[in-house]
Write a protein that binds this ligand. Structure first.
Ligand SMILES: NC(=O)C1=CN([C@@H]2O[C@H](COP(=O)(O)OP(=O)(O)OC[C@H]3O[C@@H](n4cnc5c(N)ncnc54)[C@H](O)[C@@H]3O)[C@@H](O)[C@H]2O)C=CC1
Ligand SMILES: O=C(O)[C@@H]1CCC=N1
Length: 290
C-alpha cells in the first residue's frame, strides 16, 4: 500500500479513543488539524467524566457519549481502537473491552509500560496490537512516537499506524523492549524541557526581567536551539561549544550546571523514567494475572 492510499484509507476508518485524557486529545487534535480524518469519524470515551466528553465534543466535533449502549456501539463499530487510560486503570479498562472486540479491529495502545503480551492476555484473544509511546507535542504535529508491533499486525496495518503517527510528528519503529527507553527520552521528555524553561523564566524574572520578556526570550531560545540542531545537522555538543567563549559567560554557567551534576541528573532521570515504565507494566501484568 502506498502512503497516499494509506492516508485515503485512514479517512474512511472509524477511530475510537478508549480513554479521553491529555494524550488521546493530543492525537485527536493532531489528526483533525492535519485533516487526516473528519471529526465525525472519531469517537472518544471515558469512564465517567461527562463534562470532559462534552468539552471534547464541542472543541473538536468528535462523537462522545456517556450512554452505555451508545458507548458499546462506538467500540464495536471502530476499525481502530486506541487504548488510552492511565496505567493504573488499564487492566480494568481492557477487561471491560474484552467481550466487545472482534478480531479484525486494530488495537493501538499508548499506555506506558504495558507490553503487547499483557495486552493480548487482557484482551483474551489474538488481536493485531500496535504498541506506541507518543508525546503530547502530537497536538501541534511535532510529536515523537516510538512504535512496536505484535506479530499479527499486517503490512497494511503497519503503514496505517505509521501514517497516523507521522501525521502528528516523527515516528521511530523500535524493538518492543526499547519502548521503555523511548518513554524515558521522548514520552516524558517534553516535561524535562518545560522544567528547564520554568527555571530559566524564573531566573530571568528574579533578576529583573518582566514575566513576558523572560517567557518570550526563553521560548525563542529553546525553539531556536532545537531548530539549530535539526537544520544544521551538527551535534548538540559542537553547537554548545560555539556558544561557549573561553572564560566567558556560558563557560561560567556550564561550570555552575556541572557543579550541580546537570548532565548526570538528566541521564538518571531518563533511565529512571524507563525503569518506571517497566514497573508500571509489571504492575498491570500482576493485576491481569489476579
Ligand atoms: N500524558 C502524556 O504525556 C503521555 C501519556 N501516555 C500514556 O497515555 C495514557 C493516558 O495518559 P493521559 O492522557 O495523560 O491520562 P489522563 O488521566 O489525562 O486520561 C486518561 C483517560 O482514561 C479514562 N479512563 C480511565 N479508566 C477508564 C476505563 N475503564 N474505560 C474508559 N476510559 C477510562 C479517564 O476517564 C481519562 O479520560 C497513559 O497510559 C500514559 O501512560 C503516553 C505518552 C505521553
Ligand atoms: O508520566 C507518564 O507516566 C506518562 C508516560 C509518558 C509521559 N507521561
Amino acid at each position: 500500500m502506498q502512503p497516499t492510499t494509506t492516508l485515503a484509507t485512514l479517512g474512511s476508518l472509524r477511530l475510537c479513543f478508549y480513554g479521553a485524557g491529555s494524550m488521546a486529545e493530543a492525537i485527536v487534535r493532531g489528526l483533525i488539524g492535519q485533516e487526516l480524518t473528519k471529526p465525525s469519524q472519531i469517537s472518544m470515551l471515558n469512564r465517567q467524566n461527562a463534562d470532559r466528553l462534552q468539552e471534547l465534543s464541542s472543541r473538536y466535533g468528535v462523537e462522545t457519549s456517556s450512554d452505555e449502549a451508545a458507548k458499546l456501539a462506538m467500540i464495536q463499530s471502530a476499525d481502530v481502537l486506541f487504548l488510552a487510560p492511565k496505567p493504573k486503570d488499564a487492566a480494568a479498562a481492557l477487561e471491560q473491552l474484552r467481550p466487545l472486540l472482534s478480531p479484525n479491529q486494530l488495537i493501538v495502545s499508548v499506555i506506558a509500560g504495558l507490553s503487547i503480551h499483557t495486552i493480548e492476555q487482557l484482551l483474551g484473544q489474538p488481536m493485531a496490537v500496535v504498541r506506541t509511546m507518543p508525546n503530547t507535542s502530537s497536538t501541534i504535529g511535532l510529536g515523537a512516537t516510538g512504535i512496536s508491533y505484535s506479530s499479527s499486525v499486517s503490512v497494511e496495518q503497519r503503514l496505517l499506524a505509521e501514517a497516523m503517527f507521522q501525521a502528528v510528528g516523527l515516528t521511530a519503529v523500535v524493538e518492543e523492549p526499547l519502548l521503555d527507553v523511548v518513554t524515558g527520552v521522548s514520552g516524558s521528555g517534553p516535561a524535562y524541557v518545560y522544567y528547564l524553561m520554568e527555571a530559566m523564566i524564573k531566573a530571568g524574572q528574579d533578576l529583573g526581567l518582566t514575566a513576558d520578556a523572560a517567557r518570550e526570550l526563553t521560548v525563542q531560545t529553546v525553539l531556536g536551539a532545537a531548530q539549530m540542531v535539526k537544520e544544521t545537522g551538527e551535534q548538540p555538543a559542537d553547537l554548545r561549544r560555539k556558544v561557549t567563549s573561553p572564560n566567558g559567560t556560558t563557560q561560567a554557567a556550564i561550570e555552575t550546571l556541572d557543579a550541580h551534576a546537570f548532565a548526570t541528573g538528566v541521564q538518571r532521570a531518563v533511565a529512571r523514567a524507563a525503569e518506571r515504565a517497566g514497573e508500571l507494566g509489571a504492575d498491570i501484568e500482576r493485576s491481569a494475572l489476579k
